[in-house]
Write a protein that binds this ligand. Structure first.
Ligand SMILES: Cc1cc2nc3c(=O)[nH]c(=O)nc-3n(C[C@H](O)[C@H](O)[C@H](O)COP(=O)(O)OP(=O)(O)OC[C@H]3O[C@@H](n4cnc5c(N)ncnc54)[C@H](O)[C@@H]3O)c2cc1C
Length: 382
């Protein structure tokens, strides 16, 4: 097992770190305060190919491996978690399924615009009556000649107000009576698609979260993703990939809070010495460093398995579960280390603290992650 990053992966880290510190740092508090997605940032992200991290070069992407993907998401999230979310969702649950299950026609039609950031992508599954119970979705697409007619709604869609390409999960009913769950590619300007209002949120405020409403949307059959009867399987495999991105986002948030804590505790003097010299504080730093390392290694393992075409569903759930808990713990302890100053809006820290709770909710809650892990254990995958 090799714990060293390759020269190319190290280059990705240093390039993205510089980009994040130079370009994202000034914008991150603004988008948080103003509750808005930044199109200026989106254009800058296009310049470094961050919208097409793993898309092949022939479609305009950077064609990098999964370790480079998680490094990119970690480094972006270390400075601006909202941007980390937007980029992770677009690349993983947005672009990946088209790359994996799309027809040649769909790839030619969508991937270039997705890779270059001309069109942002969203994955829409959650509904008012179907969150953790993903198989309980009620949106329905009824076959009608060469089309499916879609009705229903979605909630909590990341990139909802800014995406041009939506991957939509829905039940389907064919003319021959066959029923199931399919995935449909729907473009923003199609008749019958209504985008809901921007959700106001505790954190990740630089990410656009909206509902979607479907009113007799006429979807051409050419826009069914993969085999229509395999939609649920496609969604679950897609989420396996997405969760690695969310885990990387968690590592980035934890790393940011940890670094701020080290710096602050070295400079803050109480009882005539830096507070880092009190064991009560230095032990907190030791725990943070250890847990972040453990989380990062779990993320790298899942990413490596994916690159080696080995099963990674359990490992993806494990890294998402563990890293998100680490991010919540580290951001909370970081505030404690900063004392009263940590509670003030002037410091960056409270933003990371507000961004962290959703990490153990979206792309499957941690209770569901444990269900996935336990199911694999019971199947003999110890
Ligand atoms: C900011 C944000 C962005 C999001 N982006 C997207 C997106 O882009 N696309 C998308 O489709 N969805 C998105 N979601 C939705 C997200 O995936 C769901 O919120 C999540 O899956 C949980 O569903 P729920 O909110 O309905 O909670 P529920 O499923 O109602 O769960 C409520 C509680 O019950 C627990 N629970 C439920 N079932 C079980 C069980 N069997 N065993 C133990 N505990 C259980 C849960 O863990 C949770 O603690 C987003 C959510 C947020 C907040």
């Amino acid at each position: 097992m090799d714990f060293e990053l390759s020269e190319k992966q190290k280059l990705v880290r240093s390039k993205i770190r510089t980009f994040a510190e130079d370009i994202l740092a000034p914008v991150a508090p603004v988008v948080d305060k103003e509750l808005r997605f930044s199109w200026e940032t989106a254009k800058e992200l296009s310049k470094i190919n961050a919208w097409g991290i793993q898309i092949p070069e022939k479609y305009g992407g950077a064609c990098l491996d999964s370790i480079s993907f998680v490094i990119t998401i970690e480094e972006i999230s270390r400075i601006c978690p909202s941007t980390g979310l937007n980029v992770s969702v677009h690349n993983s649950v947005g672009a990946y399924p088209i790359l994996e299950w799309g027809s040649e026609e769909q790839k030619d039609k969508f991937l270039y615009d997705i890779a270059t950031g001309k069109k942002l992508a969203a994955f829409t599954w959650t509904e008012p009556n179907a969150g953790s119970d993903a198989a309980g979705i009620e949106s329905i697409a009824v076959e009608d000649g060469n089309h499916y007619i879609l009705n229903g709604s979605k909630i909590f869609v990341t990139n909802g107000g800014v995406a041009s390409v939506f991957l939509i999960g829905a039940r389907y009913k064919r003319e021959n009576g066959e029923k199931g769950i399919g995935v449909f590619i729907v473009e923003k300007d199609i008749d019958g698609l209504e985008i809901g209002n921007l959700e106001d949120k505790l954190g990740m405020r630089g990410s656009s979260t909206t509902s979607l409403y479907f009113h007799d949307i006429k979807i051409p059959k050419a826009n069914v993703l993969g085999n229509i009867s395999e939609g649920f399987k496609i969604a679950m495999k897609t989420l396996d990939v997405g969760r690695i991105g969310i885990a990387a986002q968690s590592v980035g948030i934890a790393q940011a809070a940890y670094e701020l804590s080290v710096k602050y505790s070295k400079g803050r003097i109480q009882f005539n010495r830096p507070i880092v010299q009190f064991q009560g504080i230095s032990f907190k730093l030791a725990e943070m460093a250890t847990n972040i390392d453990a989380a990062r290694l779990l993320v790298y393992r899942a990413a490596t398995l994916r690159d080696k075409n080995k099963p990674f569903s359990k490992e993806s759930a494990m890294c998402k579960y563990y890293a998100s808990e680490v991010a919540k713990d580290v951001t909370r302890e970081a505030i404690q280390i900063h004392g009263g100053y940590g509670f003030m809006k002037d410091l960056t820290l409270e933003r990371f603290y507000r961004d962290a709770p959703v990490l153990s909710i979206y792309e499957g809650t941690n209770e569901i992650m444990k269900t996935i892990i336990a199911r694999q254990i019971l199947r003999g995958n110890l």
